[in-house]
Design a protein around this ligand. Sequence first.
Ligand code: SF4
Length: 120
Amino acid sequence: MKRIFTCVVCPNGCEIEAEYEGNRVLSVAGNLCPKGRDYVTQELVDPRRTIATSVRVTGGTMPLASVRLTKAIPKNRIFDAMREIGRITLEAPISIGDVVIPNLLGLGSDVIVTKNIPKA
Ligand code: SF4
């Protein structure tokens, strides 16, 4: 089979034309580095995505704080993860790097803050 994959490993976003059989990659074209082939293999075997979103903050100078995952999680768990993240409200002050949910859903990825929000 042939399919085009957009590599998300780095900002180049290479469009990779891959030929594969089941989970086995036969050939790739269009990738600027070897990580592209690894990405295609990962997509076939266990597609993963990361999340960057916001959570509510009380008592701070801003009502929302940006957060992200420390590691990509299985694509089919993204909605569960978003639901879990949506449940939390942080109390200011908060700092970049604060872990707000360790080991999200047991998937080995933490949710961390990416914005400083001082107390109002
Ligand atoms: S193939 Fe390499 S250069 Fe292209 S997007 Fe992926 S990691 Fe970046």
